[in-house]
Design a binder for this molecule. Structure first.
Ligand code: SF4
Ligand code: SF4
Length: 531
């Protein structure tokens, strides 16, 4: 790794920086990269969750019994924040009801069940000619990205048009495409990059056009992805854009985390509670860039994604999978489970989420299905008291104090939990992996975050109520002051009137006095006239 000379400014990725903590993990990716990516057979039904993105649950626009075409909009966001949902194939809507979904908050949620008709017939909107993206304005491009229902495919599922549209203090000069898929077992991004490097670069160019001010496009790969780098270099010669740089980063988990990757490539730290855009940087997953290219060039909305099926399955591999495909169907397509599998996980072994039901279906954020045997699992009953060894502090990439956070969550000290910056925890699980007491720290941190969110909501409610109370008091005080002012004005007017009356009475008295004096006999005059 090069050290950074202080004398000049370097382009992002020109020199690599270190981030704090992290772990070297075995990656177990090769087993799922042996076959080219194909589509599994069409399932008997697709189950499409109405909430597959950050934001509000979408509203279904179709009814049971309705016939739909491939690419037709099935649901739209309830508010301005969310993403459209499209039919992955043509067929009949069989039901809209509650079904098991992949979510930590809601184990069941509303889903649209679509029975494919095997005609795979496109909706006319997806066949209409669209202008060359190079002729479109940033606003038009953003609208088409929104119309395609694209969200971040690296797991964040944040609506991409919202991420790209913002009014930031400084222009976005750097676009980072994150291909540093650092969690073990997951290889869908690697396979996508091997198969479609040119399309990913085109997607990056489109995204750069929506942002308007991009000077650097950095494609970040892990250093063990040598073949992928060669593929990108070939694609780079075809795309011929001097802004593009391919950069290999070290294989240290969680180097593919957005904040960690930005630190490694630029040396900059995203502020606590802040966004990369504040630093003039946008970071997107390579799969998101690929989806943008498909939407703007091929007119294909987000209806499918690369999914890794790996671990203890008979034929680990990657599939180009329609959204709504049941997990059970993917397992069958991969030859079935090996004996003794007792856990299915969505995602990787560190950050993944256990799946309770193989009827659960693929969503936009579903990158990997991992089957694990008992010996690959940690025993949750085995945890022991914290011995304050500080191992968790040493590996935490967010520079937190996991052991203190753990104590504050256990004791319900919400204020300390907040002061210890729990929201900066990226739930990478490094602390869990090194804890000699086998404490499931990340589980505590998820729980703590939900408690902290409730407490903040409660505080906001209380603060709004306090503001309303203060506003009412101010209103009453103002009314009282107005009344007092009017009363004083009335009293003043009365006093003025009384004063005026007294003045008039005095004047009249003087006049009368003069008149009285004028009409009385003048003694001296009589005396003078009689003399
Ligand atoms: S690693 Fe585990 S035992 Fe050690 S300080 Fe952290 S929480 Fe405590
Ligand atoms: S899970 Fe959170 S606290 Fe633990 S190492 Fe990762 S960022 Fe740090």
């Amino acid at each position: 790794m090069s050290s950074v000379p202080a004398s000049r400014t370097h382009a992002p990725g020109e020199f690599l920086h270190n981030f704090h903590g992290g772990l070297k993990l075995r990656h177990y990716k090769r087993m799922s990269c042996l076959h080219p990516v194909t589509r599994p057979p069409m399932p008997e039904h697709l189950s499409l969750a109405l909430k597959q993105h950050v934001g509000d649950r979408s509203i279904a626009l179709v009814k049971p019994g309705q016939q739909v075409l491939k690419g037709e909009v099935l649901a739209r966001p309830a508010s301005g924040f969310g993403a459209l949902l499209h039919a992955p194939t043509s067929g009949r809507i069989a039901a809209i009801d509650e079904q098991p979904v992949i979510s930590r908050q809601h184990p069941v949620d509303t889903c649209i069940t679509l029975i494919p008709d095997d005609r795979d017939e496109w909706h006319s909107d997806c066949q209409r000619m669209i202008p060359d993206w190079r002729q479109m304005s940033g606003e038009e491009l953003l609208k088409r990205i929104a119309d395609a229902g694209i969200v971040g495919l690296g797991g964040a599922v944040f609506p991409t048009h919202r991420k790209l549209k913002g009014h930031w203090a400084q222009p976005i000069k750097t676009l980072i495409l994150n291909g540093a898929e650092c969690e073990p077992y997951i290889s869908c991004d690697e396979m996508l990059m091997r198969e479609h490097p040119e399309q990913i670069l085109l997607g990056a160019q489109i995204v750069a056009r929506t942002l308007g001010t991009v000077e650097h496009i950095v494609i970040a790969l892990e250093d063990q992805m040598g073949e992928v780098e060669d593929d990108f270099k070939r694609a780079q010669r075809i795309v011929d854009d001097p802004r593009i740089a391919i950069c290999r980063v070290r294989k240290i988990y969680p180097e593919g985390g957005e904040r960690q990757l930005i630190k490694v490539l630029t040396g900059l730290e995203v502020p606590s509670g802040g966004y990369p855009q504040q630093l003039g940087i946008v970071c997107l997953n390579v799969g998101t860039a690929w989806s943008v290219k498909r939407a703007l060039v091929d007119r294909v909305p987000l209806i499918e994604r690369y999914v890794t099926v790996t671990g203890a399955v008979q034929e680990p591999r990657n599939w180009l999978t329609l959204l709504g495909t049941p997990v059970r169907h993917l397992i069958e397509a991969s030859g079935g489970l090996q004996p003794q599998v007792n856990r299915l996980v969505m995602g990787g072994p560190v950050m993944g989420m256990a799946i309770s039901d193989d009827a659960i279906s693929v969503t936009k954020g579903f990158n990997c299905l991992l089957a694990l045997r008992p010996e690959q699992l940690r025993d949750p009953t085995h945890s022991m008291p914290c011995i304050n060894c500080s191992e968790c502090v040493r590996v935490c990439p967010a520079r937190l104090m996991p052991q203190l956070l753990y104590h504050s969550i256990r004791t319900g000290d919400i204020r300390q939990t907040s002061e210890l910056a729990l929201f900066d925890c990226i739930e990478c699980g490094c602390c869990d992996l090194v804890c000699p007491s086998h404490i499931p720290l990340t589980e505590y941190f998820r729980l703590g975050k939900s408690q902290l969110r409730s407490s903040l909501r409660e505080q906001q409610r209380a603060s709004k109520s306090e503001q309303r109370h203060q506003a009412r008091n101010q209103r009453l005080e103002a009314q009282q002051a107005l009344r007092a002012e009017r009363r004083a004005a009335r009293q003043q007017a009365a006093a003025d009137q009384q004063q005026a009356q007294q003045t008039i009475a005095a004047a009249l008295a003087r006049v009368r006095g003069k008149q009285a004096r004028g009409s009385a006999p003048q003694a001296d005059d009589s005396e003078e006239s009689g003399a």
